[in-house]
Every structure is written in C-alpha cells, then in structure tokens.
Design a protein around this ligand. Structure first.
Ligand code: GCV
Length: 593
C-alpha cells in the first residue's frame, strides 16, 4: 500500500482517506484513489466570544479557554486531528461580531499557542478584525480606511500578528452589518474597507474574507435584495487577496432558500460560500437534521452565469470564472461538549461540511453512508436505517417549519420554535415582514409587481422563478404572493397544500422515531438513548410548529384543515403565550408540555 503526495499534509490526508476506506470496509487490496481538494481554503468559522460564550448559544460553550490559554488542552489537538481527517485547513477562532481585544498582545500569545497546535495538522489560524479596532485599542479617533494613520496602524498590527503567528491566514470581517462598524461609517465603500486590510496583509500572503451579509433598515425595501445591490457594482474593485464571503442564500441560513444571486454575478471577484453548520434556524441541538442535502442543493444549483453548467460549486471553486483564490466557510457547531457538537447527529454535519468543502460534487447519501459506517457500525441494517433517517430529515424540517418557500417564521430573538405572529421594531427581523399573510393570500412578491428581487438572477433562472407556472413549488412563496384558494400543481388549494406539508413534516419525524427505535440493541445504549430522547423532543416540536403556524394562518385564510391533518392540540392563545420576552437571548424559550 502506498500513500503519496507532493506535500506532507497531502500524505496526512491520504492516510485519513485510507483509514476511511478501512473503517467503511472497502476492499483495501484493490483500493486505489487519487484526490485533490476543489477549493483552496476550507474553513471553519467559530462564532466564539472571548468570554467563553458562542453567538446566541447555538454551539454550546466555546472550546477555547481564553483564561487558561496559552496552556494547551489535549482537546485542541483532538479537534485539529478531527478537522484534518476531513480536509479542513483553516480556523477562524473568533466571532464575526468581533472584539478588538483579540488583537492585543496578551491574546495574540494565546492565538499563537493554538496556531502551534494546529500547524502540524495543516490548519492555519485566522481572526476576525473589528473595524473600529484602531479607535478601541489603538488610541486613534477614527477608523476611516483612507486615513493614513489608520492604514499605518493596521499595517503595524498585521506585522505584529505575523510576529506571533508566521503563517497567519488573515482576517474575516463583518462590516456595516447588524450594528458592526465599517467603512460606510466614513462614507467609504466596502471595497475601500476590504482593500485596506488586503494591502497590509499582502506582503505576508494573508487574505481578507469580507462578508457580503449586509442589510440596512428595510422598512420600504426587500432585505434579500440588499447584499446584491451593495456588492454587485463593486465587482472588479477588490484586490486579488480579498475573498467575498457570501451566505448560501440571500436571507439568513433558513431551512430552505434559493441560492444567493451574487454567485456568478461578480466574475472579477473571488467568492467564498458561507454555510452554517450550527443549526441556528433548524432546531439547534435537539432536532436531527442532516444538512448535506441543504449544502449540496446550493452547491449544485445552476446560476446560468455562463450558461448551463454554471453551478454555484463551479463559481466558488474558480473553474467557472477563473479565480485563483477559492474557499468555503462553515459556521462551526463545535463547543466544549464531550461529544463536541451537543448531539451525535450534529457531528454528521461537521463531517459533511468538511467532505463537501473538499469535493462539492460528493453526494449527501455517500457522505451519510461513510459517516454512519465510521461512527456507528458497518452492519447493513444499521447503515440503511440511519442513512435513511438522515436523508429524509432536512425535508422534514422544511415541511414542519417553512414549507413552500416560506422563511423566517422563527422566534425573533432565539430563532427556535414558531412565531409567525411576531413583530419587532426592526421590520426586517419580523416574521410578519417575511410571510406577508393577509386575507387574500400569503408570500412575498419578489417579481416585477413587488420588490423585483428575482431580477437579480441570470435568465433563465430569473424567468423560471418569476413565473407562477414555472417557479419550483418549494420556492413558491419566496417569490410570489399567492391566494389561499389558488390551485397548486397537485390540484389542491394553496391552503390545503400548506397544511399537508406541515402534516408531512410531523409524519416524517414520527417515521424517523419509529425507524430509530428498531435500532435498540444494535448500537450502544448511550447514543441510542440520547437520540431517542432528542427525536421525541423533535416530534413534539414538529407538532408545535404545525399547530401554531396553521392556527395563526387560519385567522387569515378562514379555511378548515384538510382531511389528513391532525387537529391542533392547543389553542392559538396557548401558543401565543409561549412567546419569548423581547430581550431574552436563550437557545430555547419555554418548552411546550
Ligand atoms: C454573527 C444572523 C444571526 C446572528 C449572526 C448574523 C451573521 O443574523 O442571527 O447571530 O451574527 O446572522 O451572520 O453575522
């Protein structure tokens, strides 16, 4: 058996591939494979804060123990090895809602200690840069990217960082988004901001990953238009070591969104995709939702930027438009839990992300098959059963949360559980802003008669989405406001179709639970019992979703539930009472009985 590569790290990856073949019981004697990653930077983005919390708590407590660092926990090495085994080669240690303190010498020494642990595994460290750091820790009165003192400050800071971490990867920046400071505070463009960092990083071969997730107050306009409107005109204005990091969809990591229209629309710009591994809007820890189908749906989506075959995957791997800098980022779901990710099945999403970052053409079922064999068993019944559960789980979540192109019906602070009735001061954070239900119908008109966001796509995608006759039904209400009694392709009314999707979501989770129960005794008790418990929560909460959403929409549609949909267990006022108080940020509000 020969494992060979042109680099040390390549040999490590090859060894992991061989181990994977052994663990999944492939015939090793005939084993021959050649593999190279399709994107260069395969990153995990931690949204971890310096106080040990993780953004909104989705990923538990942070793995990084900043108070003890530079002392090294053995878990850091295990973490690096696990990442290397799936080809991840970069870690952004800190939250995009950044804290400038991480750029001070005391923290840089801690960052250097982590970088030393990760380096042998081929993993480079990156940090988030707070745009206003020159003011907060630099004693300047401005952070204007065209001010020479500010530029000099960043140059010196970056030189200093490379003194601690000679192979530092660069910065990830969230600017002028959700209250974060940025170049627009000084009437400069995103390109001005990004290029300031890029210029200072270039001599060290570092990059800046500039996030395209921006939106202003959207009382009058459509929030999902804004990132494209802001960035598309800047194509060609970014330096070559800037990567524009764009979320998979134009809203915010929903159970289903169309792909982001910026993919393919900036041929002179290196574009990374940002996927969310942590399940912010998908039931967080307790819902079993395997995300490879979601990731793969967007990576294989046809943008038509250069005709057929212009998939999102080919935009970000540079083969479509010739970019040399390429990358993918996954928002990490890893915390300090013993099993890393809070639930066993969340590990599958970490695994799937790494495998797809290596090769975006891999199929969700082959990845699930590998993961189950390596994590549970090679027994064919166990593999078949668990892979099936995983593969149906994402569509189940779409069905019981936001079917037919609905989006953002979740509680406004915690993003857990249904709150289609919620309004908050910021209109574009409110479910009512997104679903637009009224007595006539439901859905956001993004065609020419509405916000016309559909025009941001290339033809023929644009035409397909704009036309009620051709829009895929799973995106219908994303692009159209549809009457409750309009006929769907099935011949049913929209109302009946919606209700049946919610019921299908509940039924699928029940079937997942049933299938799981057949595995008792075939896998270890600990993981069997944990998953059984989570699936029972998931089933109860799928019902919660179905009941709360349908009862609320029934107040507009005045339609009865179709045959086949179970009557709600509680009244609407009961569900309204479960709302979370405005200012609470906890991963879960009141659980329903
Ligand atoms: C890091 C969403 C999340 C925020 C997150 C933001 C982002 O709005 O709810 O918690 O902040 O996305 O991606 O920047």
């Amino acid at each position: 058996m020969i494992v060979a590569s042109t680099t040390d790290i390549g040999v490590l990856y090859g060894t992991f591939a061989l181990l994977r073949a052994v663990q999944t019981q492939r015939p090793v004697s005939a084993f021959s494979m050649k593999s190279a990653p399709r994107v260069r930077r395969r990153l995990l983005d931690h949204w971890d804060n310096l106080d040990g919390t993780v953004e909104r708590g989705y990923a538990g407590r942070s793995l990084w123990d900043w108070s003890r660092l530079p002392a090294i926990s053995p878990r850091y090495r295990d973490y690096a090895r696990a990442n290397a085994s799936i080809g991840i080669n970069g870690i952004v240690l800190t939250n995009v809602n950044a804290n400038a303190k991480v750029l001070t010498p005391a923290y840089l020494a801690k960052v250097a200690a982590l970088a030393d642990v990760f380096r042998p595994y081929g993993i480079t460290v990156y940090l988030t840069a707070r745009f206003s750091a020159p003011i907060e820790i630099g004693g300047l009165t401005t952070a204007d990217p065209l001010d020479s003192r500010v530029r000099a400050w960043w140059r010196a800071k970056i030189d200093e960082i490379y003194g601690y971490v000679p192979d530092f990867g660069g910065f990830l920046v969230k600017a002028n988004s959700e209250g974060q400071p940025g170049p627009q505070d000084y009437h400069r463009s995103h390109a001005d901001g990004a290029n300031m960092f890029a210029e200072a990083l270039a001599p060290h071969h570092g990059v800046v990953m500039w996030r395209a997730f921006v939106y202003r107050s959207a009382l009058a306009e459509d929030r999902v238009r804004q990132s494209y409107d802001e960035f598309a005109p800047l194509d060609g204005h970014f330096r070559s070591n800037v990567l524009l990091q764009t979320k998979n969809g134009p809203l915010d990591f929903q159970p289903r969104e169309p792909f982001h229209p910026l993919f393919g629309a900036m041929p002179k710009t290196a574009q990374m995709i940002e996927l969310q591994i942590t399940k912010e809007y998908l039931g967080e820890d307790s819902h079993l939702v395997y995300l490879a189908p979601l990731f793969s749906e967007v990576l294989t989506a046809e943008t038509y930027a250069r005709g057929p075959g212009s998939t999102v995957g080919r935009v970000i791997d540079g083969t479509l438009q010739g970019q040399r800098e390429t990358g993918m980022a996954g928002v990490s779901n890893i915390g300090s839990d013993t099993n890393w990710t809070g639930s066993e099945f969340n590990q599958a999403n970490w695994y799937a992300y790494g495998r797809l970052a290596w090769d975006h053409g891999l199929s969700p079922d082959s990845i699930a098959d590998e993961w189950v064999r390596m994590s549970f068993s090679n027994d064919s019944t166990v593999v078949r059963t668990i892979v099936h559960i995983m593969l149906v789980s994402r569509e189940a979540a779409v069905n019981y949360m936001t079917p037919l192109g609905l989006a953002h019906l979740m509680g406004t602070n915690h993003h857990y559980g249904p709150a289609p009735w919620a309004r908050v001061t910021r209109a574009d954070w409110s479910p009512v802003y997104f679903h637009r239900a009224d007595s006539a119908g439901i859905g956001f008109d993004r065609t020419i008669t509405g916000s016309n966001a559909v025009a941001q796509y290339f033809p023929p995608v644009r035409n397909r989405y704009a036309d009620r006759a051709t829009v895929p039904e799973h995106l219908l209400l994303w692009f159209h406001h549809v009457a409750w009694t309009d006929q769907m392709r099935s011949g049913r009314t929209l109302w009946d179709e919606l209700a049946l999707h919610y019921q299908a979501g509940v039924d699928t989770v029940r079937a997942m639970r049933h299938a799981w129960s057949s595995l008792r005794g075939k896998i270890d008790d600990e993981r069997f019992t944990e998953t059984e418990r989570f699936l029972s929560i998931q089933e109860r909460e799928a019902r919660w979703w179905r009941d709360a959403v349908l009862q609320y929409f029934a107040t507009f549609s005045h339609q009865p539930l179709p045959i086949g949909v179970e009557p709600p267990a509680h009244s609407l006022s009961y569900y309204l009472a479960l709302r979370c108080p405005r200012d609470e940020h906890k991963p879960r509000c009141e659980a329903i009985p």
